[in-house]
Design a binder for this molecule. Sequence first.
Ligand code: NAD
Ligand code: UFG
Length: 337
Amino acid sequence: MAVLVTGGAGFIGSHTAIQLLEKGYDIIVVDNLVNSSVESLNRVRRITGKDFKFYEADLVNKEEIRKIFIENNIEAVIHFAGLKAVGESVSIPLRYYHNNLLSTLNLCEVMEEFNIKKLVFSSSATVYGNPSSVPISEVFPLSATNPYGRTKLMIEDILRDLYASDNDWSIALLRYFNPIGAHSSGLIGEDPKGIPNNLVPYIAQVAGGKLDYLKVFGNTHPTKDGTGVRDYIHVVDLAGGHIKALEKVSTSKGIEAYNLGTGNGYTVLEVVEAYSKACGREIPYKIVDNRPGDVAACFADTSKAKEELGFSTTLTLQDMCMDSWKWQSNNPNGYEK
Ligand code: NAD
Ligand code: UFG
């Protein structure tokens, strides 16, 4: 089966590409490299010993997508491509709406034209807005607290409308919690541009000596040590969720949302401790003000993904920190030589 992987040079896409190749799928990757490097794909080839086609193309340009569908016998699509920085989406919202919405509209229009109706979409736990309780299940009310989150919510709505109009579609909306970690080879991992926004990439750079200390955003949340609680999921486990979702959309029609998390919540200070253990040194930190918009606690009810996809995670927080550190220490400047 040939699968188009949009955004396949990125963090989650490259880890998923490995598992697709290992499972015997043919893949075609498209990415405009706006937030990634072609080197990640060279490393995917190195890890798997398999080759695949790569198109450096922007999904905002519909003709480029059409060309890919003409030249390949695509049967399903995993759609990772999108801009994802919450803070940046607040300062340049139009770019986020333009990129994330147009890419998805173009992709779906071309899929429709070629009668390809199997789609796995990268949504996010951000679609739950400020959840009234935890764990969060898929039936919780949806809302957005920033333009990035609103693009995910809008795309979910568009895909629900699409399915309602044509029941031949088969769509999985994967709501990721907090993906971290890296492939165990240490060859691929998360390579944020500039100063990282997210906790673990930031800690990784503190551990590697590139940043002085971690700013812990608040210790007065109603959690066990006052710092924010999140559901961190190893990117390799998360990649496995895409294989399960692909199997699901290949064998049944409909549209369903699935939480992909572990169901466990850890505080910022617990992550700091696990990372210190992984890298063998103290992670200096200072408590600072809360980050505006942050929720105190967010973790998944994972029962639907378990029952309907057969998805479960095996890797622990310690594994996530060890693999993150292996990637960081082997590649202090990411994919840059
Ligand atoms: P990433 O930035 O590493 O990967 C996204 C890829 O999409 C990048 O390689 C980028 O160059 C590409 N891209 C962006 N716009 C494009 C366009 N118009 N045409 C072609 N390529 C384009 O991000 P990631 O962490 O791998 O996330 C993948 C997806 O998962 C995104 O949609 C993101 O919103 C979603 N997601 C990520 C997280 C997270 O914490 N990492 C959490 C929830 C959801
Ligand atoms: N944190 C710090 N210091 C930092 C960075 C983060 O204390 O420098 C804290 C945050 O306050 C939060 C926790 O670490 O309590 C995790 O923060 P992240 O920024 O790593 O992750 P978020 O849960 O805020 O957001 C991430 C993605 C969103 C996505 C969401 C749910 O950035 O895009 O997970 O999937 F929507």
